[in-house]
Design a protein around this ligand. Structure first.
Ligand code: UDP
Length: 326
C-alpha cells in the first residue's frame, strides 16, 4: 500500500517525502517539474506528469495500489496569482478536480491537502483559529479555498475523507543540508535575506516599518518545514484510523517581526546584512500568527524546531552548501 505525493519534488513536498521514507512508507511521486526538482527526491516511482492529464494519472493508479494521497502540486505565489488568475484556477482547481476524480475511480479514500493561511485573508485578530472567517484577498488563497470546498463535497458524495492543513510561513530545511528551499524567482523573506551573505544580493528590503507592531514591521509565524512534514504524517495516520475530515492550522504560535528575522540571520551567518526600508507590499496584513492548538490536540502533532534561530540555521546550512539550489 503506497502513498502518492503530488508535488513531491517541491519544497514542502520533498521534505515530507523524506520524512515518510524515514518511517519506511512506500512513496510514489507525481510532479510536473514546473517548480520542483527531480534531485530533491530519491524515490523509485517518480512520474514527471501533470495532474490535469487524467489518462496519465489514471495509469499511475493502475500501476500501484495507492491507499492515500498527499496533495502539494499547485501554484503558490500570491503576487503571481494576481497577474495570472487563469493559470492558478486551471492548475490548482482543475488539478484537484482531476485528482479527486481518479481517486474516486480507484477507490482511494484518503487525502491530506496542502492549504494555506491565505484562505483567511486579513483577519483583525490574532492568534488565528480554524473557525475564523474565510476571506481570501488573492487568487492563490481563493483557489486553495475552492479546493478545500471541493474536497468537502467529494467526501459527502463519494466518501473521500480529507485533512486540510493551513500553513503559515514555511521556512528552514532538512538538518542534513541536502534538501531545502529553491524557488526561481525567490520572493520569501528568509531565503532573500540569506542571499546577502551568499553574495547574491547587496541588501534586503523591509516592506514597511509603519505597521502597528512593536517595531513597526510585519509579524509572521515561521514554521520549520520538517515540523510541517511531520504534521502530514500525523494527518495521514489520523485518516488511516477512520477519523472524519478536518481542517487544521499549522504554525509555530510565535510571531517574529521582519526586523527580528533579519537580526537573527545576522547572528547566525555572522554577516552584516544591510536592510533598507521600502514601501509596504500591497495586501500584507500587519500580523499573521496561528493557533495550532487543534492540530496538537487532535493529531497529536509535536513541533520540534520552534526557535527562529534553529529555523534560520537549518536554512543557512542548505543555502551555504547549495548556493545555486539543485
Ligand atoms: N518581506 C520583506 N522583504 C522581502 C520579502 C518579504 O519585508 O524582501 C516581508 C513581507 O512583507 C512579510 C514577511 O516579510 O511581512 C514575510 O513575507 P514572505 O513573502 O516570506 O511570506 P508571506 O507572509 O507573504 O507568505
Amino acid at each position: 500500500m503506497a502513498v502518492l505525493v503530488t508535488g513531491g519534488a517541491g519544497y514542502i513536498g520533498s521534505h515530507t517525502v523524506q520524512y515518510l521514507q524515514d518511517r519506511d512508507e512506500e512513496i510514489i511521486v507525481v510532479d510536473n517539474l514546473q517548480s520542483g526538482y527531480h534531485d530533491a527526491v530519491k524515490v523509485k516511482a517518480f512520474y514527471s506528469i501533470d495532474l490535469r492529464n487524467e489518462q496519465e494519472l489514471d495509469r499511475v493508479f493502475k500501476e500501484h495500489h495507492i491507499s492515500g494521497v498527499i496533495h502539494f502540486a499547485a501554484n503558490s505565489l500570491v503576487g503571481e496569482s494576481m497577474e495570472k488568475p487563469y493559470e492558478y484556477y486551471h492548475n490548482n482547481v482543475f488539478g484537484m478536480m482531476t485528482l479527486l476524480k481518479v481517486m474516486k475511480d480507484h477507490g482511494t479514500n484518503k487525502i491530506v491537502f496542502s492549504s494555506t493561511a491565505a484562505t483567511y485573508g486579513e483577519p483583525k485578530e490574532s492568534p488565528i483559529t480554524e473557525n475564523f472567517p474565510l476571506n481570501p484577498t488573492n487568487p492563490y488563497g481563493e483557489t486553495k479555498l475552492a479546493m478545500e470546498k471541493m474536497m468537502k463535497w467529494f467526501d459527502r458524495g463519494y466518501g473521500i475523507r480529507y485533512v486540510s492543513l493551513r500553513y503559515f510561513n514555511a521556512a528552514g530545511a532538512h538538518y542534513s543540508g541536502l534538501i531545502g528551499e529553491a524557488h526561481e524567482p525567490e520572493t520569501h523573506l528568509i531565503p532573500l535575506i540569506l542571499q546577502v551573505p551568499l553574495g547574491k544580493r547587496k541588501k534586503v528590503y523591509i516592506f514597511g516599518d509603519d505597521y502597528d507592531t512593536k517595531d513597526g514591521t510585519c509579524i509572521r509565524d515561521y514554521i520549520h518545514v520538517m515540523d510541517l512534514a511531520s504534521a502530514h504524517g500525523k494527518a495521514m495516520d489520523y485518516l488511516r484510523k477512520g477519523n472524519p475530515s478536518e481542517v487544521f492550522n499549522l504554525g509555530n504560535g510565535k510571531g517574529y517581526s521582519v526586523k527580528e528575522v533579519i537580526n537573527t540571520a545576522r547572528v547566525i551567518t555572522d554577516h552584516w546584512i544591510p536592510a533598507e526600508v521600502e514601501q509596504r507590499r500591497p495586501g500584507d496584513p500587519a500580523v499573521l500568527v496561528a493557533s495550532s492548538r487543534k492540530a496538537k490536540e487532535i493529531l497529536g502533532w509535536n513541533p520540534r524546531y520552534e526557535e527562529l534561530g534553529t529555523i534560520i540555521e537549518d536554512a543557512w546550512r542548505w543555502h551555504k552548501n547549495n548556493p545555486d539550489g539543485y
